[in-house]
Structure formats: structure tokens, C-alpha cells
Design a protein around this ligand. Structure first.
Ligand code: NAG
Ligand code: NAG
Ligand code: NAG
Ligand code: NAG
Ligand code: NAG
Ligand code: NAG
Length: 432
């Protein structure tokens, strides 16, 4: 066996080392190394994201500048390379890490006309956007927006038509309007991300629309909305432009669907629903809330397995954010996440969170003036990187980085191997 392997690899030194009792182990490690070395660099032409505030790089603030004014103010996004970042986290979102990892470029929000560069994809996600279709919406209603997945899909459909328009030599003769857009023919080779549903559960609980006991009842509707969205982006649509033959619009071929982190470990949830008699798990999270995430994730994974069979030409990946979270909670020190259950940007209580004064605002808590709009170095917490939750609601740069690193290196992702390409970590820690 060792002879055949040595011949195949043409590596005399490796063959020598492989002799003796360690032959089998050595063989395995050689194969793994050879496979890792042969993975091509990730080179997705673009990244397109759908979802809520966990993935929005600035659509909702573009639509509602007053409602979300604090998204562009300190300390939100304070370590994002292009601060003001318009993101609800301290640094990069999961989709930012993925975009940097597979393409070395950030993506910009589709609604922001003055955004940098759309050549490498765009973001359709929106803070306040649930998976389930919004039918009634009231302006100034907290974190909510009408930008549910169905609206994000409409933006996406029209976007493709506009891209087609700018590419058309008939409607846009050479030299007339030069836009930084992706090529329509590359949409099917781009990476799509869908991380939705968090808003549906979190704000049903936060706004006291549902009790903890009632919340699992919405799981089938939330997962159905995500499934409907996946089906729509994978299904070819015929477009008939004016005075031009019909054409089939490109479909999404590589989609990463991300599941829910454990709701019971989120500081706002721990603050609002923790009681002396509540059941906590080994990591200090609320068991009943974690069960909501588990119910969602179990159903979502079942649906994805069925969709893989129905759409064999697509690669539908399932990213397990829940198990990334619990992996860190099992061993927080190895991630330097020494305050895993406390918010960084927040104030008071066991979890550093108070609904009266949230990150990006100032006000009175326990008769004391609190200002949560400080910039560096007067940060709201000593070491933001020690936290999995940025503001008690949204995941932090530390968590997002851990999740993206896992997914890009084939961990906590199915099918096995994940994206099967070698990511680029050049801009992983970048800040300026
Ligand atoms: C892959 O990326 C690395 C680092 O960015 C680069 O040095 C290398 O040349 C790339 N390989 C190919 C085949 O493009
Ligand atoms: C559009 O801009 C790109 C990049 O600046 C340039 O390469 C291309 O020639 C321009 N095309 C037209 C039609 O002006
Ligand atoms: C994507 O579409 C282009 C143009 O229609 C085609 O040449 C290419 O093979 C497609 N790629 C995939 C992965 O389907
Ligand atoms: C944890 O912090 C140490 C010291 O600053 C650093 O060397 C190490 O890379 C960090 N680990 C992670 C996972 O960030
Ligand atoms: C929030 O403010 C209200 C009004 O001042 C007060 O009654 C309530 O106790 C505060 N809640 C918390 C959690 O501090
Ligand atoms: C909070 O602190 C920032 C930064 O020092 C300052 O600009 C802002 O005016 C303060 N807010 C209030 C309400 O005092």
C-alpha cells in the first residue's frame, strides 16, 4: 500500500516516513493533505444575501434613515473597515466574512443608490424583515420593517431585469450608461445566502406578541416562508423584454441556508425571560427558548433535504449556526469569548442588557445617566471580542467570524465539504 501511495505522490521522503507501524495513519494524513492542497481558491463571481438584521449591510437604514439612524453611529460597526458601517454588530456580519472569504470584496445594500460597487453581488437582506410575509406594517414600530422575504425576492427579480437592461446593446448602447453591475450570466455561479427567521421569533418574544409557550406554533409558517423563498430563487423565470425574444432568467445554484442560533443564549432573551424557576442548560441558557431554535432548525433541515432531491442541479448547503454557538459555549476560552452570555454594548443586570437603553442610545437606568453611543476607545465594554452578542440582540464579530470560518473550512455545514474551495483570509481582521 505504501508503495502505491509513494508512487502516486512521487514523494520519496513521505514514503520513507510511512514505513512501519504507522502506515495506515500516515496514509490517511497524506490523503487529507493532498485533498486540502488540491482545493481550488474560492472564486464566486458574486455574493447575494437575503434575511434580516443578522445579514443586512444597510438596506433598512437606506429606506428609513430616522428609524435606524443609530446603525450608522458609534459604536455600531466600529471595527468595520468602512465605518460608518450601517450594520448591527461591532465589525463584520456573517455575510461580510463570507463575501471577503470567497471574493475578497464587501457587498453593498441594493437600496443604497450611492453605495460603492455592485460588481460582486449585493445584499437584499433588511433589518426588521421577517421570513413571514408582512401584511400590516406601522411606521415607527420599533425594529420592524415591511421588508419580509417576499419583498426581498421582488427586489431580486427586478434587479436581474435591470442588470439585463444595462447589458443590452439595444437598450443601453456601448458607452451610454456604465454601471458597476455583475454579469447576468454569472448569477448562477454566485453564492447566495439565506439566513432568515431570527427576526420572526426574536421580536415576537421581545415585543410580547407571543409567550415562550406559544412561539413554537409559528415554526411551520416561518420555515414555509424560507422554503418558498428557496424554491423561488431556484426556479427559472421566463422574462419577455419589450420587442425582444423571451429569455430564461438565471437561477441560484449555490445557496447557503443558515439555521438559528440558540435563542435561549441571547442576552436580551435571558434578561426578559430568565426567572429563578426557569430551566437553564449546562451553559446557562434558557432551555425552553433553545427548544424553539431546535424546532425551527430540525424542520428547516428536513425541508432542505427534500429540496436537494427536488432541485438536483442546485447545491443547497445547510450552515449550522446553532452548533457553532454551542461549540463556543462548551469551550469559550479557546475562542477568547470570556463573556459569552453578556452583551458588549448594553447596560446592567446579569447579561448587560436593559430594554430602556439599548446600544446606540442614551438614557436613564437605575437613576443613572447611561450613554451607549461612545466611540473607541471609550467602548461600552472592556473587550468587545470577548462577547458572542454585540448588543444583546445581534451576534458579534467574534461569533460571525467563528461561524464563517467553520462554514468556509467545511465544519458545521452539510453536505460534507461545504463550499469545497479554499477561502481567502486576507481581510479577516482588517480594520481601518
Ligand atoms: C490562491 O490564493 C492565494 C492567496 O490569495 C494565491 O497566492 C494563489 O496564487 C491562488 N492560487 C490560484 C491557483 O489562483
Ligand atoms: C465601463 O467601465 C469599465 C471599468 O471602468 C471599463 O473597463 C469599460 O470600458 C467601460 N465601458 C464603457 C462602455 O464605457
Ligand atoms: C450559468 O449560466 C451560463 C450562461 O447561461 C452558462 O454558460 C453556465 O454554464 C451556467 N453555469 C452553471 C453552474 O449552471
Ligand atoms: C485569543 O487571544 C490570543 C491572545 O491575544 C490570540 O493569540 C489568539 O489567536 C486568540 N484566539 C482566537 C480564536 O481568536
Ligand atoms: C424602564 O423604565 C421604566 C420607566 O422609567 C421603569 O418603570 C422600568 O422599571 C425600567 N425597566 C428596566 C428594566 O429598567
Ligand atoms: C454620548 O457620548 C457621545 C460621545 O462622547 C457624545 O457625542 C453624545 O453627545 C453623548 N450623548 C448624550 C445624550 O449625552
Amino acid at each position: 500500500m505504501e508503495f502505491a501511495m509513494g508512487k502516486r505522490q512521487g514523494d520519496g521522503a513521505a514514503r520513507m516516513l510511512c514505513l512501519g507501524a504507522l502506515v495506515v495513519l500516515c496514509f490517511v494524513s497524506q490523503v487529507t493533505k493532498a485533498q486540502a492542497a488540491t482545493l481550488p481558491n474560492c472564486s464566486y463571481p458574486g455574493v447575494f444575501s437575503f434575511g434580516d438584521s443578522l445579514s443586512d449591510v444597510g438596506n433598512s437604514i437606506a429606506a428609513f434613515p430616522e428609524q435606524f439612524a443609530h446603525a450608522e453611529l458609534d459604536p455600531n460597526g466600529h471595527i468595520f473597515p468602512q465605518h460608518a458601517a450601517d450594520r448591527f454588530t461591532d465589525g463584520k456580519l456573517l455575510v461580510d466574512f463570507l463575501a471577503f472569504g470567497v471574493r475578497r470584496r464587501p457587498i453593498y445594500p441594493v437600496l443604497r443608490g450611492t453605495a460603492g460597487d455592485f460588481t460582486y453581488g449585493t445584499c437584499f437582506a433588511a433589518y426588521g424583515g421577517p421570513a413571514r410575509t408582512v401584511k400590516v406594517w406601522i411606521k415607527d414600530n420599533g425594529f420592524n420593517t415591511p421588508f419580509s422575504l417576499d419583498v426581498q425576492y421582488q427586489w431580486y427579480e427586478r434587479y436581474k431585469i435591470r442588470v439585463w437592461f444595462y447589458e443590452s446593446p439595444v437598450f443601453n448602447p456601448p458607452g451610454r450608461l456604465n454601471q458597476s453591475l455583475p454579469k447576468l450570466a454569472t448569477f448562477n455561479e454566485s453564492l447566495f445566502t439565506v439566513w432568515a427567521g431570527y427576526h420572526d421569533y426574536f421580536f415576537s418574544l421581545y415585543d410580547k406578541i407571543l409567550t415562550v409557550a406559544e412561539t413554537p406554533k409559528i415554526v411551520p409558517d416561518v420555515v414555509q416562508a424560507i422554503e418558498d423563498h428557496l424554491v423561488k430563487i431556484m426556479t427559472p423565470v421566463v422574462y419577455t423584454p419589450p420587442a425582444t425574444p423571451s429569455m430564461i432568467m438565471p437561477t441560484a445554484k449555490t445557496i447557503l441556508v443558515v439555521n438559528l442560533p440558540p435563542l435561549g443564549c441571547i442576552p436580551a432573551m435571558l434578561t426578559l425571560f430568565g426567572t429563578p424557576t426557569a430551566k437553564y442548560d449546562n451553559y446557562g441558557c434558557l432551555s425552553a427558548l433553545n427548544l424553539i431554535s431546535i424546532a425551527h432548525n430540525t424542520l428547516l433541515e428536513t425541508k432542505i433535504i427534500a429540496l436537494r432531491a427536488k432541485f438536483p442541479a442546485a447545491k443547497i448547503l445547510y450552515g449550522d449556526a446553532y452548533s457553532v454557538y454551542t461549540d463556543i459555549l462548551k469551550d469559550p476560552k479557546s475562542y477568547n469569548a470570556t463573556a459569552p452570555l453578556q452583551a458588549c454594548c448594553g447596560v446592567g443586570g446579569a447579561y448587560n442588557f436593559n430594554t430602556n437603553v439599548t446600544c446606540g442610545h442614551a438614557g436613564i437606568v437605575a437613576n443613572k445617566f447611561v450613554n451607549l453611543t461612545m466611540s473607541l476607545p471609550a467602548m461600552p465594554c472592556a473587550d468587545p471580542s470577548a462577547h458572542l452578542s454585540w448588543d444583546g440582540i445581534h451576534t458579534s464579530n467574534t461569533f460571525n467570524k467563528a461561524a464563517a470560518t467553520a462554514f468556509l473550512t467545511g465544519k458545521h455545514i452539510t453536505p460534507a465539504g461545504g463550499l469545497n474551495c479554499s477561502p481567502d483570509f486576507t481581510f479577516w481582521e482588517a480594520r481601518s
